[in-house]
Design a binder for this molecule. Sequence first.
Ligand SMILES: [Zn+2]
Length: 208
Amino acid sequence: MAGHKTHLAVGVATAALLAGTTSIAGGIPHTEQPLLLACGMAAGLAPDLDSDTSKPLAMLKSVVAIAVGGAVVADSLARGLSAPEIAARSGLALGLVALGFVIFTALTVHRGIMHSVPFVALWALLTMQATRSFGSYLSLAAGLVALGAGLSHLLLDELWSVDFKAGLVPRLKPTFGTALKFWSSSVFATAACYAGLVAMVWLHFYRP
Ligand SMILES: [Zn+2]
């Protein structure tokens, strides 16, 4: 697979290119371009969340732990709780976060459904949902940027699956075909992904 640094570099380049293009085409102000860029970078790294040892997963764990821990401490202070109570609540919350990630890593398989075209499309629609409050133009642009960045990740993984023997003869590694695909070996994961995709398409484009 392409390394984290390669994915990050290509993700940033793709996101920057797409963010700029969609901003110009959709008349999105410069001040909102960093948001598009962030959406593209997240989508460009998202497929590797299925790898238990990947940097994106480690980053996500840190961000979620800080966000949940911070929210619990802020809420506890607002309620005027004592220090031992705050410590107990924070410990419980962080324990639940850790348990959630244990379940997540147990359920996900590297190069499973998260490395697939429907998952990238689902992530793009979730990005649109998350940015909906910024207006329909920006939400659509964020979805397109996420879609492009996610597909570039899959493409890059496939390109890294081709080796050149003696620098000339192409040789396919066993990982070839495990990234840019439309289903995984798990029927349940594939069905769940497509169900989510259908639900999000309905929510965005057909809901009365
Ligand atoms: Zn990957």
